[in-house]
Design a protein. Structure first.
Length: 235
């Protein structure tokens, strides 16, 4: 069931409809990062270099070189910081397009089933914020656990597998059920949802590929929700 859902979601990523959503998400991410670059750079220049020049109006030549090196170092740190922000910002923006992803999967792969309902704007914003927090925590946890031999990758996959599996499955389920029913369904199939979350965590752990994590996870959990619901009806 999990392998089938993962393969179906991966295959859907190559379709024109999914590429359109991904490029839309990536484009908005780049615009946000450019805005952050200028905003943070401007703040750094205003609050760091201007006061220094004001305090030392007759700076010696070496101080000017020191300021230049400090500016270059600040630029490198800023570039590294924005690099680390790519995945979280993409997750935040992609959260607002998850219903688009779910609609594509439901329409193309389950044309004879009733379509799901898009989440209300407030709920969609909350889901998007949750995804942002999860991706940030996941990346921070990965960095910390790299220093702990023997448990790093296992702990990373376990924690993120549980959190990502829970949130994405409930998102897919809430398109057809109330929040309480979605949580109850997830608890009844906790092992399956956790294992599916581990697959999502593996995708999250791969640089650059992790930009696709929200779209892949949403598509996978739509398939998994359909399969789980069908198994309960057949039981």
């Amino acid at each position: 069931m999990i392998v089938e859902a993962a393969l179906a979601a991966a295959g859907r990523l190559l379709t024109p409809q999914f590429r359109a959503v991904f490029f839309k998400t990536l484009g908005l991410t780049i615009l946000v990062l450019i805005g952050l670059w200028f905003a943070i750079g401007g703040l750094a220049e205003t609050f760091a270099f201007d006061p220094l020049a004001a305090m030392l109006p007759d700076m010696p030549a070496w101080a000017g070189w020191f300021g230049l090196m400090a500016a270059i170092l600040a630029g490198l740190v800023l570039a590294l910081g924005l690099g680390l922000l790519i995945a979280p910002v993409t997750a935040l923006i992609a959260g607002f397009f998850l219903d688009d992803v779910a609609e594509i999967v439901e329409r193309e792969d389950y044309p004879h089933d009733a379509p799901g309902r898009a989440l209300p704007l407030a709920t969609s914003a909350l889901v998007s914020a949750k995804f942002l927090v999860l991706v940030v925590l996941g990346n921070l946890l990965a960095l910390v656990l790299l220093l702990v031999p023997g448990v790093n990758i296992v702990a990373f996959l376990a924690v993120n597998g549980y959190l990502l599996g829970r949130e994405f499955f409930e998102f897919a389920a809430m398109r057809f059920r109330s929040e309480a029913d979605a949580k109850a369904l997830r608890r009844r199939h906790a092992g399956t949802v956790f294992a599916a979350g581990m697959v999502i965590a593996l995708v999250l752990s791969v640089p650059l590929v992790n930009l696709l994590t929200p779209l892949f996870a949403a598509a996978m959990m739509v398939h998994l929700h359909k399969m789980v619901s069908a198994s309960e009806r057949a039981a």
